[in-house]
Design a protein around this ligand. Structure first.
Ligand SMILES: [Zn+2]
Length: 307
């Protein structure tokens, strides 16, 4: 059995795990990187995380063959080029070189959403599938495309920004500089904004969890907002299905764990807009790996790239 270090770098935590090739997690943990810390501090925290996993592997008498890393931003050739707005000066960093030099192991890096999608495709909701689309619905909307069993990133891995397809060409401004993007309408943040506006309710306690609870209670404002949320996502997913004919569309992110009803709502919406000829082999499902998707996907980068 082969083992790898899986690192999932987010805006607030570095999550890390020792993962076997068949998807068992022998050890996992996380370290905080929250606050206004420097790029060097983030690099050091990731280094500490890798050290912890390698130490645990030693204690378990297993040998690590490589390090996989999911990072926010545009990643190509082991380098984060930019686009990770939540991390301080997280651009033009050759993560593969830094950590392969430090640890003497091969290092493979990809975008965090890509890595999560790969994790779900290899070990989770789309296990056994060759073609899948992954969407993570949270503060923003990220995504991944698995095509013929491989991550597809477009030329120089610059693509698959699934949250930034236009669903309203005269719509509201998006964080990306565009207009009418899916993310601006269907992220959890957007849902909270829509609900606050409709209900007049404001405050810290208005979050995705709260709206889901009110929806299940049948509160009219929550029902209307959740139905619209599902409708926005359904429109975009129908487009993805018509384009890629995936076997699975996987919905991840915190709100996707609300329950099967949430996935069913989106699935019903998507299937009311798809072309039947494109969607005959497609299912819309919830992610199954939860918080482990990133670390497992990162580890699977190692297994598929190491001989
Ligand atoms: Zn956008």
């Amino acid at each position: 059995m082969r083992y790898a270090v899986g690192i999932d770098l987010g805006g607030t935590f570095v999550k890390f795990a020792l993962v076997s090739e068949n998807g068992d997690i022998l050890f996992d943990n996380k370290l905080s990187i929250g606050g206004n810390i420097l790029r060097e501090d983030i690099l050091n925290t990731v280094s500490k995380a890798i050290s912890q996993v390698i130490q645990k592997a030693g204690e378990s008498n297993v040998e690590v063959i490589g390090i996989g890393l999911g990072s926010p931003g545009v990643v190509d050739g082991g380098i984060v080029h930019g686009g990770a707005d939540n991390l301080n000066r997280w651009e033009n960093i050759n993560l593969a070189e830094i950590y392969s030099t430090e640890f003497g192991l091969p290092v493979f890096v990809d975008n965090d959403a890509n890595v999560m999608g790969l994790g779900e495709a290899v070990y989770g909701a789309a296990k056994g599938c060759t073609d899948a689309i992954f969407l993570t619905v949270g503060t923003g909307i990220g995504g991944a495309i698995i095509m013929n069993g491989q991550l597809y990133g477009g030329y120089k891995n610059r693509g698959t920004e699934m949250g930034h397809v236009t669903i309203d060409h005269k719509g509201i401004a998006c964080n990306c500089g565009g207009r009418g993007c899916l993310e601006a309408y269907a992220s959890t943040s957007a849902l909270i904004g829509q609900y606050s506006e409709l209900s007049g309710k404001k405050g810290e306690h208005i979050n995705g969890h709260y709206i889901v609870e009110k929806f299940l209670d049948g509160e009219p404002d929550a029902v209307q907002c959740m139905n619209e949320h599902a409708d926005y996502l359904g429109h975009a997913i129908a487009g993805f299905i018509n384009t890629f004919a995936p076997q699975k569309v996987i919905i991840g992110g915190g709100i996707s764990e609300a329950g099967q009803f949430y996935i069913d709502l989106i699935k019903k919406s998507a299937f009311s807009y798809v072309m039947p000829d494109c969607s005959g082999f497609t299912d819309v499902v919830g992610a199954t790996l939860g918080n482990s998707a990133g670390c497992m996907g990162a580890a699977s980068l190692v297994f598929r790239n190491c001989n």
